[in-house]
Ligand binder design. Structure first.
Ligand code: KG4
Length: 345
C-alpha cells in the first residue's frame, strides 16, 4: 500500500443509538455527521431492535453527507474503519455490514475499531485552526458513558489496560435511572446536569460504595436513591417536584465524588499526572468543573475533549482507524461484531 499518499479514513459508528460517519485526512477532521434516534425517548431507554432498524435507515444518508461535507470523493478514501464492538449486536451488524459492502464496492480495506479504545483516542483528533495539545503517554483516562465506567492506563495509541471498572452499573446508567424515577426524560444525564445548576449539592446525602482497588459500583446508589424517594413521597407526595433541583445536585455530587475518589487514588498509586476523561458522561458540567479543580490541586495536566467528541461519534472511530492503518492493522471480510470486547483487543 502506498503510504506516501494522503490517508483518508472513513469512520462508521453504530454501536448503540447514534448513526455516525466521519472523514479524517492525515489525522485532521473533515466531517463528523451524527444522526441520533428520537424513537427511544418514548420507551425510557434504547430498544435494541428499533435501534438497528433506525441504523439501517440512517446509514446511507449519513455516510453520503459525511463524504460530501468532507469535500472528498468516494474513490479518494484509503480505508474504512468501523466499530466492531462492544455494543448492541443488531446495531453493530449494520455498521459492520456497511463497511464490508463499501469495501467490496470500492476495493478499500476495512479496519475494525474497539469502541472503548476509540473513546480514549478521541483526544488525538486534530482540527484545522484549533491548537493541538494531546495527552502524553502514559496517561490515565476516566471513561464514563452509559455502558462503561473505567479507569484506563493508556501506554500507547493502541496499548491500553483497564485498571479499574464498574462491577455493576455504569455512571451514565446511575444518572439515567435516577432521572427516570424523578420523571425526567431519557437519557436523563443532561437533564440532571441542567437542574443541578440550580440546586444545593449538599441538600441530601446518599451513601457511597466501599469497593476495593480502582473499581466502581453504582447499583447501590441507584437503589438507595429509589428508597429515599419512596420514603419521602410517603410524607409528601410533591416531594420530587418541590426538591427536584436539590435532588439532582446532590445525586450529581455523589456520582462525581465516587468517580473522583478512585481517579485520585489511581493517579497517586501509578504516579501519573497526565489525566484525561472520555465518554458521554464527561459532558457533565459538574464533572468537568470538579476535574479541573482536582487537577489544579494535585498538579495534574487535565485533558477534557470538546463536547462533540465525548458522546458516540464516528470521528473517534476514524482517528483510531488512522492509527491502526499506520500499523497495517487491517481486518478480514469474515469479521463479525462482538457485543462484548475487552479494551486490549
Ligand atoms: O458515550 P455515550 O454517548 O453512549 C454510550 O454509553 O455508549 O454516553 C451516553 C451517556 C448517557 O447515560 C447520558 O445520560 C450521559 O452519557 N450523559 C450525561 C450528560 N450528557 C450525556 N450524563 C450527565 N451529564 C451530562 N451532561
Amino acid at each position: 500500500m502506498d503510504k506516501e499518499k494522503d490517508i483518508l479514513i472513513l469512520g462508521i459508528e453504530s454501536s448503540c443509538d447514534d448513526t455516525s460517519a466521519s472523514v479524517i485526512k492525515n489525522g485532521f477532521l473533515l466531517s463528523n455527521i451524527i444522526a441520533g434516534q428520537k424513537i427511544h425517548e418514548a420507551y425510557g431507554g434504547v430498544v435494541p431492535e428499533l435501534a438497528s432498524r433506525a441504523h439501517q435507515q440512517n446509514i446511507v444518508p449519513v455516510v453520503d453527507q459525511a463524504i460530501k461535507q468532507a469535500g472528498v470523493k468516494t474513490e479518494d478514501i484509503t480505508a474504512i474503519a468501523f466499530t466492531r464492538g462492544p455494543g448492541l449486536l443488531g446495531s453493530l451488524l449494520v455498521g459492520t455490514s456497511f463497511a464490508k459492502g463499501f469495501s467490496l464496492a470500492t476495493g478499500v480495506p476495512i479496519i475494525e475499531v474497539n469502541h472503548l479504545q476509540a473513546h480514549v483516542l478521541a483526544h488525538f483528533i486534530q482540527e484545522y485552526d484549533i491548537p493541538y495539545d494531546p495527552p502524553k503517554f502514559p496517561f490515565l483516562c476516566l471513561l464514563v458513558s452509559g455502558g462503561n465506567s473505567q479507569i484506563i492506563l493508556v501506554k500507547d495509541y493502541l496499548e491500553m489496560e483497564v485498571i479499574g471498572q464498574t462491577i455493576d452499573d455504569a455512571a451514565g446508567e446511575a444518572f439515567d435511572k435516577c432521572a427516570k424515577v424523578m420523571g425526567l426524560p431519557y437519557p436523563g444525564g443532561p437533564f440532571v446536569d441542567k437542574l443541578a445548576k440550580e440546586g444545593n449539592p449538599d441538600a441530601f446525602q446518599f451513601s457511597k460504595p466501599r469497593i476495593p482497588n480502582f473499581d466502581y459500583s453504582f447499583s447501590g446508589l441507584k437503589t438507595g436513591f429509589l428508597y429515599f424517594l419512596r420514603d419521602r413521597l410517603k410524607e409528601n407526595e410533591n416531594f420530587i417536584e418541590e426538591r427536584k433541583a436539590d435532588l439532582c445536585a446532590s445525586l450529581q455530587k455523589t456520582i462525581i465524588d465516587i468517580l473522583l475518589d478512585k481517579l485520585i487514588k489511581a493517579a497517586k498509586e501509578t504516579g501519573i499526572k497526565e489525566i484525561t476523561v472520555a465518554g458521554g458522561v464527561s459532558a457533565n458540567s459538574g464533572l468537568r468543573h470538579t476535574l479541573l479543580q482536582t487537577a489544579a490541586k494535585h498538579h495534574w495536566k487535565m485533558h477534557i475533549p470538546k463536547f462533540a467528541f465525548t458522546t458516540d461519534n464516528a470521528a473517534m472511530i476514524a482517528i483510531t482507524g488512522h492509527f491502526k492503518y499506520l500499523k497495517d492493522e487491517f481486518t478480514g471480510m469474515d469479521a463479525v461484531p462482538f457485543a462484548r470486547m475487552d479494551i486490549r483487543v
